[in-house]
Each structure stands twice: as C-alpha cells, then as structure tokens.
Design a protein around this ligand. Structure first.
Ligand SMILES: *Cc1c(COP(=O)(O)O)cnc(C)c1O
Length: 392
C-alpha cells in the first residue's frame, strides 16, 4: 500500500461500525464488566477504563502506528507532554541525557528544570555533531535526543549516523535510547523508526491536526520500548479528549494533500525571499543552497511550509513594521494549521552548546494554503512598511 492510500485507510474498520466511514467518538470513564471474573481479567482488555482509551482513540493509535511503521502508540495531551513523558520513561536520578542544542525551547526548560531537580544531567550538543556524538557518551548516558530540522534554525541532523553511534557506544546493560522530535516532517516525509530511532515524537497540534484547533501529541515505538512508556503514562495519569482525537484522525486523511500544497507554496515564497536585497539568508533544507539540503534529500521525502529567514537590519521598529499589519500572515505561536503565520524569533538566548553566529533579525514563517501570490503580495507590502520604519 502506498503512503497516500495508507493515510486514507489506516485505523478504519467501517464493518465494525454499521458501515460508517469514520471511527466513532466514545465519551467514557466507566466501562462495565458482566461479572467479577471478567473484571479480574481487565488487563487483557483493550477497553477497560476511560483513561486507557476507547475504540475511538485506539483507532487513531492504530493509524499512527501504521503510518510510522511502529508497533505501539501513546497519545498525549500535547506535543510537549509527549516529549516529557518519553524522557521521564527512560531517565532516572543519576542518569545523563544528550539533548540537541536547537531543540524546541520548552523541552530545554523541562531538562533544565524538572529533570535537573531529579538529578538528571543534560548535556546539549551541536546539531551538526554526526557520529562524533560518541565522544560525549558517558557510562550513565541513557538517552540521545534529536530534532531535525531543529526549531527556528532548521539545521539537518544526520539521524542514521547519530543513532548508529549511540548504539555502538551503549553497553549491553545500558542500551542508549534514541528519541526524535519529528514534528516538522511528520511521519509522511520522514520515518524515524526506519532510520535507527527508537522513540518517535510528534506534536499532533501542528500538521496532523492541521486546522489550528486542537492540542495533542504522540509517542510511537516498537514493542521493546513500550513497557517503560506505558508505565509512565499510567503513573502520570495522562488522558486525552475523544473529540480532539477524532479531529486529529480527520486531519490525517488530508495530510498528504495539505503538505504537498504547503511545500509548493513555501518553496515559491522562499525563492521570492531569496531575491530580496533585505534578506541575508534563508534557513530551509528544501532549498538547494541550504547546508542541510543533501541530508534532507537523502533521508526525507518532502518539506512542509515552515522555515526561517534572516534580514540584515535587526532594529526593533523595522521588525515590528514587517510583522504587524499583514493581511494573511498572522502573528501567533504554533504552526501547521491551514493559515500563514510570521513571527520574529530570538535564537542567541536559547543555544548553549553552540554559538549562533548570525546577526540580523530571524523570522519564522509558516506558509499556509492561501495562494502563494497573495502571501508574496503581503510580504511585498510588509517590506515597504519595513523600509519606512525609522531606526531605533
Ligand atoms: C510545537 C512543537 C512542540 C510542542 O507541541 P505542543 O502540542 O504545542 O505542546 C514540540 N516540538 C516541536 C518541534 C514543536 O514545534
């Protein structure tokens, strides 16, 4: 079955449901058992208590498992809780974590706060480290965490090389678990588990949700890594709303068509920006001139609509003028919905292993499903405002 067909078919079984095309939504806490004997056997039942899932949420788990090529899936209340749950599953007091330096910023906060308070030490590493990551591995290193391309600056990591180095440097008692935040590519454009990653993390909030109206995350892995994740989920009491999972399932059906259009539009906008004299640099692995282009081409099968660009002039009034007053480019957090967004981002404060060398102002743009000509016209007028704005 080809990928697009999988997105349409995965997790559906109309015959089990009166022929209705989509899996049903069940609102449930208590599940009744016919006898005490049956209740005693609850661990063997997939539907036993609301917090552990219903046929509706299991349908989305099954779909994600199929699309990622995994064996188990945990749905979490947000992308960030998918990250924290995965990390807590494999790190205990005294352990050591290798975290990529350009990780999603709230993840860094979790490492420096919660994990540090549990006496779990984090070493941030250069995203371009490749197999030299072996030199940073200690006897107590339990997790190597990746995100590629990284948040805001879009460096491409050599995931197979990092995963191999992690496996080669683990001892038999302390296998190193490789985790990856794959939110940018989605499992449609990159499959972590096929490239040496053990735990694949996705913020469903972004492209899979796809309509800027829900918060969810997933952790997908093979059987061998599931018991630790399952135990953490049970102890933390994570539970998700059935309606949100239904929406996520619906988003999945159109993921391929949407991503293709996001990617086409983004490439047009990026190529237009490349010609502008105000633009110093684009950060988008899909562009042939990008330093990560070769790895992107080798490992990924497409690019979505999110990238960054750097302008020469970093004065605040000019930044403010570029971002405020656009017709289509909204100002706000998150991305992956159908609509375009533009925000300025500060990088220097959120890198510690590497020094961010670029001066100038960095903007992250999410190119939506509007006509790319309209987005470009919006940016054209934005640059007029930018030029008129006085220096600070
Ligand atoms: C947004 C984002 C997250 C967190 O997802 P939420 O659903 O907002 O918690 C994690 N990783 C990346 C790369 C993100 O962009």
């Amino acid at each position: 079955m080809k990928e697009d067909t999988k997105l349409v078919m995965a997790g559906r079984d109309p015959e089990q449901n009166f022929g209705i095309v989509n899996p049903p939504v069940y609102h449930a806490s208590t599940i009744l058992f016919p006898s005490l004997d049956a209740l005693k056997d609850f661990r063997h039942k997939r539907v036993a208590y609301g917090r552990w899932g219903t046929p509706g949420t299991h349908a989305f788990e099954d779909a994600m498992i199929e699309i990622e090529g995994g064996e188990k899936c945990l749905i979490t209340p947000s992308g960030l809780s998918a990250i924290s749950t995965a990390l807590l599953s494999y790190l205990k007091p005294g352990d050591h974590l290798l975290m990529v330096d350009n990780t999603y910023e709230p993840c860094r906060r979790f490492c420096n706060g919660f994990l540090a308070s549990l006496n779990i030490e984090t070493t941030y590493y250069d995203p371009l480290i490749n197999d030299r990551i072996g030199q940073l591995i200690r006897p107590n290193t339990k997790v190597v965490y990746c995100e590629s391309p990284g948040s805001l600056t879009f460096e491409m990591q050599d995931i197979p090389a990092i995963a191999k180095a992690a496996k080669d440097n683990g001892t038999s008692q302390t296998d190193i678990v490789v985790m990856m935040d794959n939110t940018w590519a989605t499992p449609l454009y990159f499959k972590p588990l096929e490239h040496g990653v053990d735990i694949s993390i996705q913020s469903i909030t972004k492209y899979i949700g796809g309509y800027a109206d829900l918060m969810l995350g997933t952790v997908v892995c093979r059987e061998a890594h599931w018991p630790a994740v399952d135990e953490t989920r049970k102890q933390l009491g994570l539970s998700v709303a059935p309606d949100d999972v239904y929406l996520a399932q619906r988003g999945l059906r159109s993921l391929s068509a949407r991503l293709r259009q996001h990617g086409t539009n983004a490439l047009k906008v990026a190529q237009w920006l490349e010609q502008r004299p105000e633009v110093k640099r684009l950060l988008y692995p899909a562009l042939p001139g990008d330093p990560g282009h070769a790895i992107w081409q080798r490992d990924f099968s497409g690019a979505p609509g999110l990238f960054s660009f750097i302008l020469h002039d970093a004065s605040y009034p000019k930044i403010e003028a570029l971002v405020t007053g656009n017709k289509y480019l909204g100002i706000g957090f998150s991305w992956g919905g159908y609509e375009s967004l533009l925000i300025p981002c500060r990088v220097s404060g959120v890198r510690t292993a590497t020094k961010w060398q670029e001066d100038g102002a960095l903007f992250r743009i999410h190119v939506g499903l509007e006509d790319s000509d309209d987005i470009i016209a919006d940016l054209d007028i934005a640059f007029d405002r930018y030029h008129k704005a006085a220096h600070a």
